[in-house]
Write a protein of this length. Structure first.
Lengths: 465, 465
């Protein structure tokens, strides 16, 4: 822990800045492959080039020439890794351009924006500044929030390994071994470690297959807890005895040992993230790879839908919510974005937003009920394709030109995005298929994008007026 | 932090156990390559086989048949990685046998020893038990202790990059860049990050070359702090201005930024290890690769000597010591062992201990003054050679038979160990050279060793009477 003195000093400074509306903590998250690193890289890039090269017509402060620029400042949190903006830009400027390495865990970057306020009057002309703290963190960490509302017994009942056929396959080997384990037996640390590793292996394989709902999230990025008992638990798949009987088992039993580790995970791993980071974010954007899930088929699409439902619980902190009971979060604005919009033709972008809205229907209801302003949009943080038209007989069809990861220039029509949650007929047609594109070589200083300006406007535009 | 309730409950249980002399926390440390993993693996192995296969004649409880065995229990600290005993044994039992992977950071393993007390009387025959918590942690962490006694200005004056020719070479590139940096200039985060990376690179190369005195120690194993500003500082090599002037520089200056990070490192990285782990160890053993340093030449031998002097400060906590000011450590017994004794012929083992004693002369004085019982010995945790004799003319010379890492069976005479600190004449003769051996294939259940029993007796023997 920082010395109290330092912490107080920093907090006070932060409070003063925020009191004058001159500081904003903005967090970017998303499930794996959603494009967090690309988004944050592009965000920094657009703001740094806002005065000159960047095309930000949907951001009034930039369009009107009032956004004067952005410079990097030293970040306030010395224990949080810096967001690797320079290495990311280097990758994008390589020949051929490469996607930046994904970040792991949380990272941070501080910008100072200079702008001229829109209001005329005696202050007109004087430049103001906004300190923007940017964070990125894995959305998987939010999937652990529901764990805080359960005890070990309840978690076992949710059977997280048992949703869908592909997922069951991935966990089959672990399941057979775990079923043979007697909850009342004396816990053997080596056996539990082995089974926990098999469970973690199942999570890793599920992730490779494109599944999103993966609990406990830290099993995928253990960091310094690698090999520690806190990450060596798993659900017991067949609890035939009543809860009271299980909870009366001695401390050294399998059940009690796993339950203790589950509690430790709640308190030492899940809660600290919310306490030390989440509750301090003012605004957040959640990135969703809707198109990737459409590509991957019905089981993974449903999985994404469930995962988003759980993830969004972190944001719908109504009066009776779990988070509200832990502490008071203060997010006052939220964006949810379907990324990689450049992977479908422009005529499909509306459908993409509609689909995202359907996918998030229930969580959005809760958010609106909790009076958290939220906006859904589609974007491409770093644009990789250009729209074209091709003649087919007498009709002209929209298409995309881009370069695949393997370096092949292609002209494709990736398919229609359904405007509502896809039904069996959609999956039977299998009408949707897009290749992965690589970034385009740099032409101007600013990265090409689709609707990054709309996202920026929603997230910080009101602070630049 | 664990909930207070859990912590108190655990601490109370621990206290009760220790009150009855039935619990002991024993830590193993040593600078890189000293053989921590081999030692801890062998220690667990010997205790587990104490009743049967292990040869432990120097441990009275084992020799007299009173040590009945050891079993593994669940470790109490859920957030500390388990010591990977099984993978280590697997490596040693491979065909051909391999050395186990080195551990990183701290790890832990709990054993329960069962023994019959030596005292006769009405309790005779009843078995007692001792709970033994074993830890291993990098000795490099202890090299950071002296940092707690310095401020940033003082640390810069120590010029840790400037000791010896080879070391200067390693840091030359960094030094040139750092010298060009104006302490009063506005800090540029990217420039500081780059220079810090160059400094860390210097530390890594020095480590590869066999240097031991490497500060700050966490730069070598950053873990989750990789890329965080707390690990992005370095000494400023030429502070020509007086201290007062430097300390009056604004917060955003290079000097103030680096000094802030240095303080954060002291408080958030160095102190927590002492507070959360070190002060809770009852006994420790420090492993030293004296032979490796003899092999590597005078500059690295002197470096080892300096590093040991700094490392031992953690143990000599007299009334006015730095640690005593932070909290009360409670180590009541210390062992210092020259490892890899099987790499020299048995007639040299006495010299090895004498040399170790000379190397540690000053620290040992402090320890004796502070009334910390300490024993120096030589050992091989996992024996890799057998002594042989070879005829040379009419004399019989001692030699060693072993298998090199490359798999070649060799018969070697590695040279004489000097009984005192080696002088220029010794280094000129370059009389010392040993190959690295690989472990022997298993014959019985217990690992072959040299004087592990003497080490075990000193570290826990008195608890088994």
């Amino acid at each position: 822990m920082a010395a109290l003195h330092d912490t107080l000093g920093r907090e006070l400074g932060n409070l003063l800045e925020r009191g004058r509306d001159r500081q904003l903590r903005l967090a970017v998250t998303g499930l794996s492959q959603a494009g967090k690193t690309a988004f944050l890289t592009s965000l920094v890039n657009q703001l740094r080039h806002a005065g000159v090269e960047a095309r930000l017509d949907l951001l009034p402060a930039a369009r009107d020439g009032r956004l004067l620029g952005a410079r990097r400042l030293n970040q306030p949190d010395l224990g949080v890794p810096r967001f690797p903006y320079d290495p990311a830009m280097q990758a994008l400027r390589d020949t051929p351009p490469r996607w930046p390495d994904p970040t792991r865990g949380i990272s941070e970057l501080r910008l100072e924006l200079r702008y001229r306020p829109a209001r005329s009057g005696w202050l007109r002309g004087a430049a103001s500044h906004l300190t923007l703290d940017l964070f990125d963190y894995p959305g998987e960490w939010l999937l652990d929030l529901p764990l805080l509302d359960q005890d070990y017994y309840q978690w076992c009942q949710t059977r997280p390994f048992d949703q869908g056929e592909q997922r069951r396959e991935v966990f089959a080997e672990w399941l057979a071994a775990a079923e043979a384990l007697d909850p009342a037996a004396e816990a053997d640390e080596a056996v539990l470690a082995e089974l926990a590793e098999a469970y973690a292996q199942g999570l890793r394989r599920a992730k490779q297959l494109g599944f999103s709902q993966l609990q406990p999230g830290r099993f995928l990025l253990p960091g310094e807890l690698e090999g520690a008992p806190v990450l060596q638990f798993f659900p017991l798949p067949h609890l035939s005895k009543p809860r009271e009987e299980l909870e009366a088992l001695p401390d050294s039993s399998v059940y009690a040992t796993l339950a203790t580790r589950f509690r430790y995970y709640q308190k030492q791993v899940v809660q600290p993230f919310y306490r030390e980071h989440f509750r301090r974010f003012d605004r957040q954007i959640v990135l969703v790879d809707v198109l990737g899930a459409l590509n991957a088929g019905p089981e993974r699409f449903e999985d994404l839908s469930r995962a988003l439902g759980e993830l969004m619980q972190s944001f719908s902190y109504g009066k009776r919510s779990l988070l509200r009971r832990l502490f008071t979060p203060r997010i006052d604005r939220l964006a949810i974005a379907a990324t990689k919009a450049d992977h479908v033709t422009p005529d499909q972008h509306d459908n993409l937003v509609t689909l995202l809205n359907s996918l998030l229907k229930e969580p959005l209801k809760d958010l609106r009920f909790a009076d958290v302003p939220v906006k859904a949009l589609s974007l491409a943080a770093i644009r990789t394709t250009w729209p074209r038209e091709v003649n087919q007989g007498k009709t002209r069809l929209p298409a995309l030109r881009g370069t695949t990861l393997e370096g092949e220039d292609v002209l494709v029509y990736p398919g229609d995005v359904p405007a509502a949650l896809p039904d069996a007929a959609f999956w039977q047609r299998q009408g949707f298929d897009f290749p992965r594109f690589r970034p385009m070589p740099e032409v101007s200083g600013a990265l090409p994008h689709i609707r990054m300006d709309a996202a920026i406007d929603w997230l910080i535009g009101d602070k630049l007026t």
